[in-house]
Ligand binder design. Structure first.
Ligand SMILES: NC(=O)c1ccc[n+]([C@@H]2O[C@H](COP(=O)([O-])OP(=O)(O)OC[C@H]3O[C@@H](n4cnc5c(N)ncnc54)[C@H](OP(=O)(O)O)[C@@H]3O)[C@@H](O)[C@H]2O)c1
Length: 326
């Protein structure tokens, strides 16, 4: 069986190539991919800034949706013909991709595979960092930086479904309005002046229980100022820089927890535990359409470079997707 996939020629050039589709291992499924999600990590990988783990595919792409076409000997939850979405260990920018059985979800019937490709990375990232590490409780207040991102737009909906209050940040009035439309009760404009002042004036100073931070840098002291006593601050990205000034006094006086994670660093067992919780708790929200992926634009697989350049400009809202069908 032939596979079409996107290869990294150099940091500025992506090329469509063909080879033989891989065979699934005993605990894996081979998926004929309809659509693949695009993530920041893919852009960093193309630029040589995201080292690929030794056991991962060197092909970009961390999430896909499509139809199972082959199963490994130990696989019991899926059979050929099942429509699924999955987190993949690389290899998503392709017509065929391998996924572990326990990193694969049956796609709810009311979702297209285009929508399904936007789910695995965002669901697992939000679940692990906001619900597991952040221990967000119903009634608590969550601040999600980057509410218009693929991660943020899903995170807002998931936290609301869980019964939390959500506030957020975004760049510019138009994106701020779209994030409010998703249900955030207040959205600070990080391009619109002092963010700590905006959020404090709005009444959130010292009131935030959980913060999901994709930005780091100068947002770190802002987070510490906004945090409530016993708050949990979870760092998942450094879009404003990996270095920050930290007022330790705030951490000890408010008993703050500052933590973080990467999906790849969770390990396959940790990711499988996350998907198990998602099956039980989050998929019902997706079936009810309480939580729905926001898709900005879809490109043919061969135009992956153009799609990544759009992600780099930051003009999108929600997820960018590749169409991997013939
Ligand atoms: N640790 C993990 O496991 C993990 C997993 C997935 C993603 N991530 C991280 O989460 C972030 C979002 O990923 P994504 O795939 O959802 O990307 P994305 O859709 O491209 O979103 C990027 C977000 O970053 C915001 N942003 C860009 N520059 C900024 C700046 N200078 N200051 C403040 N905000 C800024 C954008 O806000 P505006 O559009 O409003 O300007 C947008 O909300 C990335 O940093 C990614 O690396 C981490």
């Amino acid at each position: 069986m032939n596979r079409r996939y996107i290869d990294i020629e150099d940091a500025e050039t992506l090329v469509l190539r063909t080879d033989q589709a891989p065979k699934p291992g005993p605990d894996e499924v081979l998926i004929e991919v309809d659509f693949a999600g695009i993530n920041r990590a893919d852009v960093l990988q193309r630029m040589g800034l995201y080292p690929v783990p030794e056991d991962a595919s060197a092909i970009m792409g961390l999430e896909v949706a499509g139809t199972v076409c082959e199963t490994g000997a130990n696989v019991s939850a899926f059979k050929p013909g099942d429509v699924v979405c999955a987190l993949v260990h690389g290899g998503g920018y392709a017509s065929h991709a391998i996924a572990r059985e326990d990193h694969t979800l049956h796609l709810p019937e009311n979702l297209s595979t285009k929508e399904g490709a936007a789910l695995p990375e965002a669901l697992l990232t939000v679940w692990h960092n906001v619900f597991h590490l952040g221990q967000l409780q119903p009634g608590e207040t969550l601040l999600i930086h980057g509410g218009g991102s693929g991660i943020g737009s899903m995170g807002i909906q998931m936290a609301l479904a869980h019964g939390a209050k959500v506030i957020s940040t975004a760049g510019g009035p138009e994106k701020c309005q779209r994030v409010r439309d998703l249900g955030a009760e207040f959205v600070g404009d990080y391009r619109g002046g002092d963010l700590l002042e905006q959020l404090t004036t709005a009444g959130y100073g010292g009131k935030i229980d959980v913060i999901l931070d994709i930005a780091g840098g100068d947002f770190v002291p802002i987070n510490l100022g906004l945090a409530a006593p016993d708050a949990r601050i979870v760092c998942i990205g450094v879009m404003r820089g990996a270095q920050a000034t930290v007022d330790l006094f705030q951490i000890l006086m408010k008993r703050l927890t500052v933590t973080g994670s990467t999906l790849r660093g969770m390990g396959s067992v940790g990711r499988a535990e996350g998907f198990s919780a998602i099956r039980d708790t989050v998929l019902p929200w997706v079936r009810q359409k309480t939580v729905a992926p926001i898709i900005d634009k879809v490109w043919p697989l061969a135009d992956a470079m153009e799609a990544q350049l759009v992600m780099q400009t930051g003009s999108h809202f929600g997820k960018l997707i590749l169409d991997c069908r013939d």
